[in-house]
Design a protein around this ligand. Structure first.
Ligand code: IPE
Ligand code: IPE
Ligand code: MG
Length: 234
């Protein structure tokens, strides 16, 4: 990697293609999810080393509950075991873990594991890993609207106080906007991922499936990002 590369402050990754990765190898979809989770860990440590401040990853969408129960159950158990197992590595590397998404209908075991890792890493000052789990960008906007309406109803705010800063504060997390959104596996869509935060993001699409999206592949995305001319309407 070139030393003079600009490092985006906030990167989003739509980690897609685990199923296809497994199927192509004659493995089960679950094995693909396991490989994806292992890859996320290495990638997160790499980005932390590069100095990326915020990394938002799409781990499970509100729509993913439509999948077969067997796959959903496997993913939920994988989240619990990952949060417990990777805890030390994240602590050692000063990574702070946040979550975005609705609690309902996640099960108690998942919610407890999420709370534990969030609580334990809250004072870490390295990369903020925002895990979008049971996340939907549209639900996030609905939930934000409800929070703001409640503030209005309770006379905490006036209509004139509603602006982009207040909206951002009432999203699941008050993070800076996304600079770069990466989607693996060749699909060219957002699939309900952080559309509000991605308003001025640069997009990078690759055919590489997520379990194969390694440091070298990330460097290619970074190179592409560095060639973009961001004018923000100016
Ligand atoms: C992404 O991989 C992981 C999740 C959605 C949880 P997929 O499971 O969507 O993999 P493909 O798209 O079927 O290959
Ligand atoms: C988006 O991938 C969700 C995650 C990566 C967690 P999907 O595989 O669910 O999205 P679609 O169905 O291709 O739009
Ligand atoms: Mg997919």
């Amino acid at each position: 990697m070139n030393e003079n590369m600009k490092i985006p402050q906030h990167i989003g990754i739509i980690m897609d293609g685990n199923g296809r990765w497994a199927t192509r190898r004659g493995l089960t979809r679950s094995e693909g999810h396991r490989a994806g989770a292992d890859n996320l860990k290495s990638l997160c440590l790499y980005l932390n080393k590069l100095g990326v401040k915020y990394l938002s990853v799409y781990a499970f969408s509100t729509e993913n509950f439509k999948r077969e129960k067997k796959e959903v159950d496997y993913l939920m158990n994988l989240f619990v075991s990952m949060f417990k197992k990777e805890f030390n590595v994240l602590m050692d590397n000063n990574v702070k873990v946040l979550f975005s998404g609705r609690k309902e209908p996640l099960n108690k075991k998942v919610l407890v594991a999420m709370d534990e890792i969030k609580e334990a890493t809250k004072n870490n000052t390295g990369c903020c890993l925002n895990i979008c789990l049971n996340y939907g960008g549209q639900s996030e906007i609905v939930d934000m609207t409800k929070k703001i309406c409640a503030l209005y109803k309770e006379n905490v705010i006036e209509l004139e106080d509603i602006d982009v800063t207040l909206i951002n504060k009432n999203l699941y997390q008050d993070l800076p906007p996304l600079d770069l959104v990466i989607r693996t596996s060749g699909e060219l869509r957002l699939s309900n991922f952080m559309m509000y935060q991605a308003s001025y993001a640069e997009f990078y699409f690759t055919d590489t499936l997520f379990p194969d999206f390694n440091e070298r592949e990330f460097d290619k995305a970074l190179e592409a990002f560095n060639k973009r001319n961001r004018t923000f309407g100016g």
